[in-house]
Each structure stands twice: as C-alpha cells, then as structure tokens.
Design a protein around this ligand. Structure first.
Ligand code: SF4
Length: 391
C-alpha cells in the first residue's frame, strides 16, 4: 500500500483549545454493533449518490452564481434609461428583481435539462474564476470572516458525516492510534489496532508488554521500534503518574513520551470534547488555498484560522477540512470541477476544472469506495475499510 504522507501526524501543531464541552468518546466507535448492516450494493449506491449529489450541486450552484452576475449586468443596462429618471432605489430594486428571476430560471434549467450542461460547465468555469479575481483584491476582514464561515457551512453540508478517521473506543485507544498514525495512513493504523488492543487493552497491560512482541504487532505501521518505545513509555507514565487514566489537560498530555501538542490536541478534541484545531498537512494546505492564511507555520495557521471561527466550531472544522483535502482538494490535483465550495475559493483552477474529469479524481466514499475506518460511524455513506490483509 502506498504511504499517504498527508496522513502523517506531525507534532508541530499547538493546541489552542479552550476548556469546553464534557468528555465524550467517539460515538461511532462501536457503530457496527448498533447500526443496521448495509449490503455492499446499498452502501455503494449511497456513496455514488453522495458523489453525484456533490458534483451536481457544485455545478448548479456555480451556474446560478454566474447567471446572477450576467443577469444583473443585463438588467442594469436595460433599466439604465429609466433609472436616470426614476429614483435610484427603484432602479436598483428592478435590476435586482430581474437578475433574481433570470438566475432562478438558469439555475433551474442547469439542474434539470441535459442541454444546459454546457452552460453549467461554462458557468462552473467562469464563476469561481471571477471569485478568484475578486479575491485578488484586498478582502476586508468582515468579508473574509463571512466567506470562511460560509465555506465551513458548505463543507458541513457536503460532509455531514465528517469524523476522526481513526478507530477508537476510549481516550487510551485514540492516544495510541494517533501516535501510531505518524508517517502512515489512518487506514493502516485502523488495520493494526484491533489485534493490538485485543492483546493490550489498558495502559497497565501495554506497559507490561514484551517489547519484541509489541514491535511485531506494530510492524505494519512502519517505524515500529520507535513507536513501540513510545507506546511502552506513555503507557507506563499513564499507569504511574495518572492512575491509569489518560490525562485531559494539554500540559499533562505533552509530558507523555511520544506525545506532542498535535497528538494532545487530537485526543482533547475527540476524546474529551475540548474544542481544538488540528493543523495537519491537509488543513494547512486548504487554509492557504482558501486565503485564510499565507503561513506555513502550524502555530500561526492555527491562530489565524481560529480567529475566524467560534471555538465551538474548531474540532468539526478540522474534520471537514481534512475530509475535503483527502477526498476533493488533493495536494497535487484538486478536483475543482467537482468541488462544492468552488465559488467561494480563490484557488479555483489550481486543479481539474472539467466536471466529468474532476469527478474521476474524487476519493474514498465519493468514488464509491471504502473509507479509512473499519468501524465507520452511523451515517457514513461509504463501505467500511477492509481488515489487514483483506485489501
Ligand atoms: S478543489 Fe479547487 S475549488 Fe475546491 S477548495 Fe480545492 S482549490 Fe478550491
């Protein structure tokens, strides 16, 4: 399997999380026990529908926006003469009404008639390009905040099932899984941890593990000697210094061997409900493409992005950006033509803009495939990931 460097959990990101919501383990961790089983066919259909919906929505929305702009220009011209005589307010209202009607008509047509596909395609190309041109002008702070929050809302609509992509059932499992996710994929970690946690379910058990046996269990994740050392060290520290419970404060978590600020943030945000922004490679790349920051530094990115949103949004915003980065807005070839937030993105055009070609670049559940979790949460439209060796 190809290593996904994007999934690597670096330890650079700091925690800016504030105390908040009460402790919660991942509600989806034991999903298969509670959720009704889907047949492969149904699951695959749901995934196809999700992808098709995303592409259609992106196209229709772009078409509507382009139409609004065009209609506004036409209407303004047509009413120019009377506007000169009539009060300014009346002319403006007339132009707005005409524009709205034209936009509605075009959007409806684009969404329903195959013949409008070409127009939609053109609009999909031109509208975001204009958004990009507009973004080239200095954007006021208010406009930036509004656009950022709108992107967050659109992503929430596109990925209502966004979640951490590591399987875990308690804070200890999430801590170990996050440590193991460095330099490998979440999928590989999820395929490795079932046997690991079956053998060493608690910090006490893992601290007493035979180092060589532990290394062999961790071998599929790469860097297994260093990771085994971290697992032994942090388990012993949790046993000896924290009464066998994973601490829920950043300052305590970062004292554990192999645990940096980023790992601590992941655990705090997803196992203890403390809002936090996780700046991994996807998050940083998308934040720069959105124009939320120009920085490459995780600390700065976290501060700058955090200032655009209420704290209560930080954890889910992180999941949404990471989901979008893994599925649509890829590092090398973003699928701009199938992107639901294209009209809001100043980087539209960095990737494939042709909707049909872009749709082929979508990944995971959006391409009808499996997600990264062996136990995805309820509502996830993709298939569960295969167990180790079953790929
Ligand atoms: S896929 Fe393209 S349009 Fe969408 S967020 Fe990425 S760069 Fe922007």
């Amino acid at each position: 399997m190809t290593r996904d460097p994007d999934s690597a959990v670096s330890e650079q990101a700091p925690r800016t999380a504030a105390p908040g919501v009460g402790a919660k383990a991942d509600p989806g961790a034991d999903a298969p026990d509670r959720a009704p089983r889907r047949s492969g066919k149904v699951t695959s259909k749901a995934a196809e529908d999700a992808a098709a919906k995303m592409v259609a929505k992106a196209t229709a929305r772009s078409a509507a926006k382009a139409a609004t702009r065009t209609a506004a220009r036409t209407a303004s011209k047509a009413t120019a003469e009377s506007a000169a005589k009539a009060p300014a307010k009346t002319a403006k209202a007339a132009a707005k009404r005409t524009a709205k009607t034209a936009a509605k008509r075009t959007a409806k047509t684009a969404a329903t008639k195959p013949a409008a596909k070409a127009a939609a395609k053109t609009a999909a190309k031109s509208a975001p390009a204009k958004a990009g041109a507009a973004a080239a002008k200095p954007e006021s702070r208010t406009a930036l905040v509004r656009r950022a929050r709108r992107i967050n809302r659109e992503l929430a609509e596109a990925y209502p099932y966004a979640h951490p992509e590591l399987d875990f059932e308690n804070p200890f499992q999430l801590l170990i899984a996050t440590v193991l996710s460095a330099q490998t994929t979440d999928l590989r970690v999820n395929q490795t941890t079932p046997a690991l946690f079956a053998k060493y379910p608690t910090p006490e058990a893992m601290a007493a593990a035979d180092p060589e046996e532990l290394e062999q269990l961790l071998r599929p994740t790469g860097f297994f000697r260093a990771k085994a050392k971290s697992c032994l060290g942090l388990s012993a520290a949790i046993r000896d210094r924290f009464g066998g419970e994973v601490p829920n404060r950043l300052e305590d978590l970062v004292t554990l061997p192999g645990v940096g600020r980023k790992t601590a943030n992941v655990v705090l945000g997803n196992a203890f409900g403390v809002p936090g922004i996780t700046v991994d490679t996807h998050f940083g790349r998308l934040a720069r493409r959105f124009g939320w920051t120009t920085s490459e530094d995780a600390v700065k990115i976290e501060q700058e992005v955090g200032s655009l949103f209420p704290e209560s949004e930080w954890t889910m915003l992180s999941h949404r950006l990471i989901f979008h980065g893994r599925r649509v807005c890829h590092s090398r070839k973003p699928a701009c033509g199938a992107c639901p937030i294209a009209p809001l993105c100043p980087s539209y055009g960095e990737g494939e803009t042709d909707p049909a070609k872009a749709a082929k670049l979508l990944k995971y559940e959006l391409s009808g495939g499996a997600g990264q979790r062996l136990k995805p949460p309820p509502g996830f439209p993709g298939k569960p990931a295969p167990a180790l060796g079953a790929e």
